[in-house]
Design a protein around this ligand. Structure first.
Ligand code: BGC
Length: 460
């Protein structure tokens, strides 16, 4: 066995892979603070200003579309390197862009990097992690997203006085270069090596990241077993069990987005402004902070309490907070001037909403989507669920302000709350508990025709 502590190697490797999440977060939150300066410099009207976020999101959906194919063709590690390269170059091009079409092309390219990274990082993490801490390691990816969002909210606020979207964007170059250097040092995923028939390499890599020879042998046997029984990809594509998990992945991502988190990530300033606060930037920073701290709580508990109990708790909190926030905004729409007490209650429940999301749907949806897919089709399965995330994200990003203006902000929150009610059904009847179960066991149960919500139960 290796001399270095395998646990430390796994943590280091996971940290580098999770940097992809940081860039995801930084990019999402950048527009929030820089949009006004971009509009001023390129002289944009309202619809053109929507393209600034839209081109990134569209690029992300396209990136996610190709990421499955890329990672099964070139390997998980190489694709992580590719996404880091795309970040570094596309951000440099954006900084140099002097016309709006060039700026948009560069944003689209950054989106490609975000889309690819948001697919391959959780996939890589799920394949490299020992099963006991798998949930926590994938959740680290989500933690990095939230840290990225918070850092960008802070950096936006600190650099706003420069009035320069270029200076605000240049901050992104630092983590891009760190990720590029870091990903070059990563080992390839042992499961990918086994998939391309390089069993010795797979064993060598596993020896570096597992504590005992017994663990290595056990995991190698399991991987071989999964591959030995593998059907052709085309055949699997049409199999009921694959379609079932893919559909579950899409629905989980739909739930994650329609629960309404990005209404806050993109428009928290607007929401606090509508609630009558004069300094919405402070509210936005507190939102970012609660998001990060709560994700830390989730990481601590996800492998101990399990995925489903935490999801029930989170959805319950989301439903209650949407009901209260919606009610107070509805009072306001009916002409009531909110008292100071009502305003603080509103902010309190908005923060509770962020807590409810960050402890549950935020990390756990990414964890489940990476865990439930069968090995030989994991790339395609995760591609589809990640694309679904970006498509639903685009819908929320583009229409939230429209909903605020048409059906009203209170009703919009009630709609988000209703989505979480439907989510309870999805979790109770269709989602498996995957805590403490090996990926290979999940897969064996899935293929044996066990009902989706029971595939995490031990084979007797
Ligand atoms: C979601 C993003 C969201 C972020 C907020 C992620 O899990 O996929 O859309 O912006 O959480 O922390």
């Amino acid at each position: 066995m290796s001399q270095v502590n395998p646990h430390n190697v796994v943590i280091r490797v996971s940290f580098i892979a999770a940097l992809a999440g940081l860039l995801f977060g930084l990019d999402v939150a950048y527009v929030n603070g820089a949009l006004n300066f971009i509009i001023r410099d390129f002289n944009l009207d309202v619809s053109a200003s929507g393209y600034v976020a839209g081109y990134l999101l569209a690029g992300s959906a396209v990136g996610a579309l190709f990421s499955g194919w890329l990672s099964s063709r070139f390997g998980r590690k190489n694709v992580l390197v590719l996404s880091a390269l795309m970040f570094t170059f596309s951000i440099t091009f954006t900084l140099l862009a002097h016309t709006f079409p060039l700026f948009l092309a560069a944003r689209f390219a950054t989106g490609l990097g975000v889309g690819i990274a948001s697919f391959v990082a959780p996939l890589y993490l799920s394949e490299i992690a020992p099963f006991k801490i798998r949930g926590a390691l994938i959740a680290m990816y989500q933690l990095m997203i939230t840290i990225g969002i918070l850092l960008m909210f802070l950096s936006n606020a600190a650099l706003a006085h420069t009035g320069s979207w270029r200076i605000m964007l240049s901050v992104l170059l630092v983590p891009s270069v760190i990720m590029l250097i870091g990903t070059l040092t990563l080992p390839e995923s042992p499961r990918f090596m086994a998939l391309i028939n390089k069993m010795d390499m797979a064993r060598q890599i596993l020896s570096k990241i597992r504590s005992t020879q017994a663990e290595v042998n056990f995991e190698m046997n399991e991987i071989k077993e999964t591959i030995r029984t593998k059907d052709s990809r085309l055949a699997i594509l049409c199999k009921g069990y694959f379609l079932k998990v893919v559909l579950l992945g899409i629905l989980l991502q739909c739930l994650q987005q329609f629960a309404g988190i990005n209404a806050f990530m993109y428009y928290s300033g607007k929401i606090f402004e509508m609630a009558g606060f004069t300094n919405p930037a402070i509210g936005t920073i507190i939102v970012g902070l609660v998001n990060v701290l709560t994700t830390l709580v989730a990481i601590k508990f996800v492998d101990k309490l399990g995925r489903k109990p935490i999801l029930y708790l989170g959805l319950g909190i989301l439903i209650i907070s949407c009901a209260v926030v919606g009610y107070i905004f509805n009072l306001q729409s009916a002409g009531v001037i909110l008292s100071e007490m009502q305003q603080y209650l509103l902010v309190g429940f908005c923060l509770l909403f962020i807590f409810g999301f960050a402890v549950s749907l935020g990390p756990i949806v990414w964890i489940l989507c990476a865990e439930i897919m069968p090995l030989e089709m994991r790339d395609l399965g995760v591609t589809i669920s990640t694309m679904a995330n970006w498509i639903f994200n685009t819908i929320i990003g583009s229409y939230t302000l429209v909903w605020f203006n048409t059906i009203g902000i209170g009703q919009t929150f009630w709609m988000f709350g209703f989505a979480s009610c439907l989510g309870l059904i999805l979790i109770k009847y269709f989602t498996p508990e995957t805590k403490d179960v090996r990926l290979e066991e999940l897969e064996a149960n899935l293929k044996a025709g066990v009902a989706l919500k029971n595939i995490g139960l031990r084979v007797k």
